[in-house]
Design a protein around this ligand. Structure first.
Ligand code: NDP
Length: 257
């Protein structure tokens, strides 16, 4: 009975920014548990490469292009998924950008707006578009990818715009959860620590940055994409049926100090 709660057979799941990194790991975790997975990425080539990576592991996925900042594209993606599959059960709103390392006083309008457009507006556009279908069906699970940066201020790199965008994702998550809780749609978030993906690669260009990160982390290590994907899978599955509005922190203990 308990193992069944983790199965996603026949369910349709969409992962934004799913072509690589944490998104791709989420796509793999959901597919491995039986979901029909749609990898949606701004770069069609990256979406296709994610699909190929899963195929190499014997897992099936579809690749689609979407820019989460464009509401017409997001709405069209949701329509297309429901048209082609007759349902959508899971959304992982994962697409996000960092652009870390700029002091608040030097941030341009373009920089601020761009990061918030992808990380915050994009998450809302996706939640709204997919929830419209989920609410109609009376079931659905949404998992938004926030960050421990929504809870703390990172150092040594400066990234106020990113931190604020992720705090907004956490509160958006609980607000939407409250609105949709009695209509069958759950909304939760995951707040990861530093994860080994392209996003954190820039740290290798800055002497000592990783050392500061690891010193500040009780486990003294970064995470791997699969360690976030397994939490996302749990929140997407019936194993977390009583949970909504929660931000699950997966941070190697970072916020303990
Ligand atoms: P990556 O940069 O490795 O992957 C993000 C993916 O999202 C890329 O394929 C990227 O495409 C895509 N993407 C970017 N903008 C858009 C857009 N407008 N529409 C659709 N897709 C888009 O990042 P991670 O896997 O590291 O991060 C995934 C999520 O996890 C993000 O929300 C991030 O903020 C969050 N996170 C990451 C942490 C980390 O340490 N890595 C820590 C905490 C949270 P392209 O490259 O072509 O732009």
């Amino acid at each position: 009975m308990y193992a069944d709660k983790f199965r996603l057979d026949g369910r349709v799941a969409v992962v934004t920014g799913g072509g690589r990194g944490i998104g791709l790991a989420c796509a793999e975790a959901l597919a491995e548990h039986g979901a029909i997975v749609v990898i949606a990425d701004i770069d069609a080539g990256i979406a296709e490469s994610g699909k190929a990576a899963l195929a190499a592991k014997g897992l099936k996925a579809e690749a689609r292009q979407v820019d989460v900042t464009k509401t017409d594209q997001v709405n069209a993606l949701a329509e297309a998924v429901v048209r082609d599959h007759g349902r959508v059960d899971v959304l992982v709103a994962n697409a996000g950008i960092g652009r870390s390392g700029v002091a608040a006083e030097d941030v341009t309008d373009e920089h601020w707006l761009n990061v918030n457009d992808v990380n915050y507006n994009g998450v809302f556009w996706c939640n709204r578009a997919f929830a419209r279908h989920m609410l109609q069906a009376g079931r659905g699970a949404i998992v938004n990818i926030g960050s421990m940066s929504g809870l703390i201020s990172n150092r040594p790199q400066k990234q106020t715009y990113y931190n604020a965008s992720k705090a907004a994702v956490h509160h958006l998550t609980s607000s939407l959860a409250a609105e949709w809780a009695d209509r069958g749609v759950r909304v939760n978030a995951v707040a990861p620590t530093y994860i080994e993906t392209e996003m954190t690669m820039y740290s290798s260009e800055h002497d000592g940055m990783i050392d500061v990160w690891l010193r500040d982390t009780p486990m003294h290590r970064m995470g791997k994409p699969d360690e976030i994907a397994s939490v996302v899978h749990f929140l997407a599955s019936d194993a977390s049926s009583l949970m909504t509005g929660t931000t699950v922190v997966a941070d190697a203990g970072f916020t303990c100090w």
